[in-house]
Design a protein around this ligand. Sequence first.
Ligand code: ADP
Length: 637
Amino acid sequence: MPFLISPTRLTLLGAMMIAGAIFAADLFGPLQGATAVLYIIAILLASQTSGRRSVLLAGLGCAVLAMIGFAVNYRGDPIDGAFLRFVVSLIVIAASTILSMRERTVRTTLAERAHIVELTHDTVIIRDAKDVIDYWNDGAERLYGWTREEAIGKACQQLLHSEFPSAEVARALRENGRWSGELTRVSRDGSRIVLASRWLRRRNPEGEAIGVMEASADVTEQRRADADREVLERRYSAVFHAAGFATWESDWSALWRIVKAVTANGAGLHAWLAAQPEAVRAAAGQAAIRDVNHAAVKLFGGTSREALVGGNIVGRYLPESEQSFARMLGSLFEGAEVVETEARFSTLNGGTVDVLLWVTPLREGKPWSRVLVMAHDITERNEARAKLEQTSAQLAHATRVSLLGQLAASIAHEVNEPLAAIINYGNAGKRWLLREAPNTPEVAKCLDHIIFNGSRAAEVLARVRSLARKEAPQLRPLDLAELIDEAVSLVQREASAARVIIRRVVAANLPLICGDRVQIQQVIVNLLINAIQAMQNISGRPREIRVGVNSQADNMVHIAVRDSGTGISGNPTDIFTPFFTTKADGMGMGLSICRSIIEAQGGHITAINNPDFGATVTFTLPINPAGQTRRLDNSQT
Ligand code: ADP
């Protein structure tokens, strides 16, 4: 391996040898101390290659050598001109050491800066007054594809075919000495590059313009992405404004801040939403509309987009929409992608509008702050639905009254019986009272009978009145076993007249159901009457109706009315079709109404023919969510 010595070491060695030679000349030469000034050569030489510390050491070393030389040559001699030369030499050594160290620092800083220019990803080009390239950094090599050797000395315009607003650039350089803007260039492989560029005019110490320094960054991809985004935004805007449905974009940042503050305080979001409706409304009122389409302007009774932009729709919901609105907020802030909800808003012209809303956060930033809302006007649909509900309620009422009509004879009998008893006991009581010696205990007994029979008649009438009642359906927790008992009492006489036995098999711990009392009773009475009628003409087997009630795993209570009658002629599902009847005086509306009642309350009704004889009609109803149960043992009549 050859012995290698670095140029730095070589220079240092040279500096040391020179210092040694000067020391020798100082000791043995005839110049009497004047030689020490020459140490400056060794210091300057050391400063060319080494750092500040070495320069300092070189300076100190030279000073020590100068002192030794002076001490050896002038020991004991009186202070004269030689001493002054020695002092001057020391000053020169110190000054040259300090200057060399500073020069070294400046050189290091400049070298570092030049290195940074090499490191940067930007392109750095220095051109002279004739546009000839003087300097070309690594970034320029990478981006334009020309090496430093190939580029330096070439005219920049010829090499890169720059396109830029030349008049504007010339003026800016002339007036401000700098320009910044965008330009396009062609790289070695022919591709067009868009650059964000900053140019600085170069001047010589006399102030004359000697060219331009420029630093440029490649923004081709960014501009392409900007252009793509612009196309997308134009497309989005076209769809947004041309959409036949109402849509608007809202800024929810203020609303978001309020919710954040609430949750940061430790309050649960849902608890806050439920307990502070006023605060929620105030927060919702902070949402500001950024853009709105014409359909939305029309929906909210505005005259122009300006009437809504900057304003607020979200906070215009009416009290009946409070809960659905709070639920929607909760879901959105918990991360739902889209929430669908119904709401009723007050409009700008003082009306109200029912809408089906789809609200989706536009997740452009974290946290998101903008939402896109789409709304469909369901006012007419809701009005039609309300009318339909009203008509069905009227129809159900009419069928109930018709059912009662079928029971009229039994009802009259049931009321007549106690009335006759009341009259009899009244007469008897009067007789006991008009005796010479009135028998008050007997009168009291008669009065007891009158009270009992009066109550019986009143009970029958109350049941009939409750079924004949005309009221909007009301869902509430109900005890089915109790309802069945009442329905059975209503048809009991009819059943007895037809020699039909009604048995009830009600499961123990039956949960309460949720439904409308009158309507469900109507269904049970209807099924019981149909079952009694289906058994009117049978012989050779017991006439029996079995009402079975139990709850099942599907969270529903199942009620099955099974008879031993003729069975359903034809397809059992047809009996729920309106006006389907096989009876001479039938209307065929009873079961169709039963089906709409049960389905409106979240249940199902089905009919089958039994394997042996007769039919079973089964309906289900949802268990009351509160989950209350009643205690009851199996019972039968
Ligand atoms: P209507 O009693 O006026 O005929 P419904 O809608 O109550 O109207 O019943 C429709 C038809 O369904 C009846 O005419 C009858 O043919 C059939 N049907 C209903 N229940 C039974 C049953 N338990 N057994 C046999 N057929 C039945």
